[in-house]
Design a protein around this ligand. Structure first.
Ligand SMILES: Cc1cc2nc3c(=O)[nH]c(=O)nc-3n(C[C@H](O)[C@H](O)[C@H](O)COP(=O)(O)OP(=O)(O)OC[C@H]3O[C@@H](n4cnc5c(N)ncnc54)[C@H](O)[C@@H]3O)c2cc1C
Length: 494
């Protein structure tokens, strides 16, 4: 289909979690949707988060009860709808009486337990660290509470897959470069970065979900006033596992900030994050030495196993596109979202400011609800009850057991990775394979030709980094030669 022949109902700019969430919601309500993403899906903030589906315990200190309640409720919804890529995670909070008194933490955890209904996640508790604790021996008391872990970039890709299944067109490496209204319809210039060609598509409405670039769209593309955005950088480091248990740790620091130490991809710990005001181009964001040293020093204050700059195997940084709320301190700026519908001076435009991975689904629902003014016969909201692609099963153990039976020839570690990456989609990926040899070339670290072909054909993967950092996290395991071979193979089949 030629995209220039159609007048779309909605054109969404931005293939981060908020853009794909909105495209999915709108397509499922019967609207004709086109989404354009200037790079890869989740190539910006939505692959650089701490990867938590959480209420945000520390936001209670800023009286953000509405945000925390909304986010807490989403944990159970998302755990049910995407059990392959989202799993419960128990956090341990070592007690440091001089930073926050026990009564304050207990009060926060009481609210956390009760602000929203918990179905599967356990209640918080206090406990004592024993001799086996990975923490320094002077840390004796702690608290435990549960949130959830998510593969953020896969959550983004799965929403795009669902949007496509509901009829949406998803164009990656396609940048919105200009927009004007002609006779009440948006005429939008899209630059195809692969061919260098610009095409004009038409749409009855425009959704600006460009994350850190939201003001670039409002200011330069649509040429209207801007709302006020505060860009706050956050960085993470990945190091070999600092502790052997399956818990996450939440460490309090003297500056009142907290740092997470999270189990990551079996053998690693993900540690972060920072809050640094950012003025540069979001595309160039990268970790600074001062951030690395900050993260290392807090971690070493708590854990017996010490880390150094040499321990680092990977880093990533992202920009929080936060709504400017006049807070002095970057860590205190609200993490909630604002959605505005502007209809004066041009065709309908919905701007998205702020938000969390955790609240993307409610944000998408609210954004599409705004469009009922434009599309009166639109179907009602539907995503709360809908499994994401590959998520139509109840628990990972049962699916693992079924795959171990159906694909007995598949190594157990690969079956486990397929379950937590693809869920039931793995059946489609493995169709027709009866032995490991049927999977084609072995690129290393458990990446076979069959998976790579699937990702290129179905999940918009076109470059090495799309595959090894966003569709999978195999970049942690592959060596340079293996990466080169994957790049070469992808260039051949592109
Ligand atoms: C360090 C850090 C930690 C975080 N941790 C958590 C967490 O643990 N849990 C949580 O819930 N949230 C967390 N967040 C917040 C969460 O990551 C963000 O709120 C969310 O990813 C924002 O998604 P988005 O879609 O708005 O933006 P993005 O993911 O940045 O997507 C915007 C997209 O728009 C595209 N784009 C821009 N301009 C154009 C154009 N002209 N044409 C086409 N495409 C364009 C960009 O390429 C980009 O891909 C964290 C954020 C950071 C930075």
């Amino acid at each position: 289909m030629d995209v220039t022949d159609t007048i779309y109902d909605v054109l969404v700019v931005g293939g981060g979690i908020n853009g794909v969430g909105i495209a999915n919601d709108a397509a499922g309500r019967g609207l004709n949707v086109l989404l354009c993403e200037m790079n890869d899906l989740a190539s910006a903030t939505s692959s650089a988060s701490s990867k938590l589906i959480h209420g945000g315990l520390r936001y209670l200190e800023y009286y953000e009860f509405g945000l925390v309640k909304k986010a807490l409720a989403e944990r159970e919804v998302l755990l049910k709808n995407a059990p392959h890529i989202i799993s419960p995670l128990v956090f341990r909070l070592p007690h440091q009486p001089h930073l926050r008194p026990a009564w304050m933490i207990r009060a926060g955890l009481f609210l956390y337990d009760n602000l929203s209904k918990r179905i599967t996640l356990p209640k918080s508790r206090s406990f004592k660290f024993d001799q086996q604790s990975p923490l320094k021996s002077d840390i004796k008391k702690g608290f435990e509470y549960a949130d959830a872990w998510v593969d953020d970039s896969r959550l983004t890709v799965l929403n795009a897959l669902s949007a496509k299944a509901h009829g949406a067109t998803i164009l990656t490496r396609t940048q919105l470069v200009a927009a004007e209204t002609v006779d009440g319809i948006w005429h939008l210039s899209l630059l195809d970065k692969a061919s260098g060609e610009t095409l004009t598509v038409r749409s009855k409405s425009l959704v600006n979900a460009a994350g850190p670039w939201v003001e670039n769209i409002t200011g330069k593309v649509v040429k209207e006033r801007t709302h006020g955005l505060r860009l706050v950088k956050g960085s993470h480091i990945v190091v070999p596992r600092i502790h052997d248990d399956e818990h996450a740790y939440i460490l309090q620091n003297e500056d009142q900030r907290i740092v997470f130490v999270l189990p990551f991809e079996q053998d690693y710990s993900l540690v972060g994050t920072t809050d640094v005001d950012y003025q540069g181009d979001p595309q160039d964001v990268a970790i600074e030495t001062a951030e690395i040293d900050y993260i290392i020093s807090i971690t070493n204050n708590y854990f017996k196993r010490q880390i150094t700059r040499d321990s680092i195997v990977h880093t990533f940084s992202g920009i929080r596109p936060l709504l400017h709320d006049e807070a002095e301190d970057a860590k205190a700026v609200t993490r909630d979202y604002t959605i505005e519908l502007v209809t004066e001076g041009h065709a309908p435009l919905v701007n998205i400011y702020g938000g969390k991975i955790t609240t993307y689904r409610t944000l998408a629902e609210a954004a599409v609800d705004k469009l009922t003014q434009v599309f009166a016969t639109m179907k009602p909201a539907w995503t709360k009850q809908a499994a994401l692609p590959g998520g139509d099963f109840t628990d990972r153990e049962t699916l693992m057991a079924q795959y171990a039976k159906d694909f007995a020839w598949l190594p157990a570690a690969l079956t486990a990775r397929y379950v937590r990456t693809y869920g039931t989609i793995a059946k489609q990926l493995l169709t027709g394979c009866e032995t490991l040899a049927d999977m084609g070339e072995d690129f290393g670290a458990g990446l076979y030709q069959r998976e790579l072909d699937y990702l290129v054909a179905n999940e918009w993967a076109t470059t090495l980094n799309d595959v090894i950092w966003r569709r999978t996290k195999l970049g942690l395991l592959l060596d340079e030669q293996q990466k080169q071979r994957i790049h070469q193979y992808m260039s051949q089949i592109a």
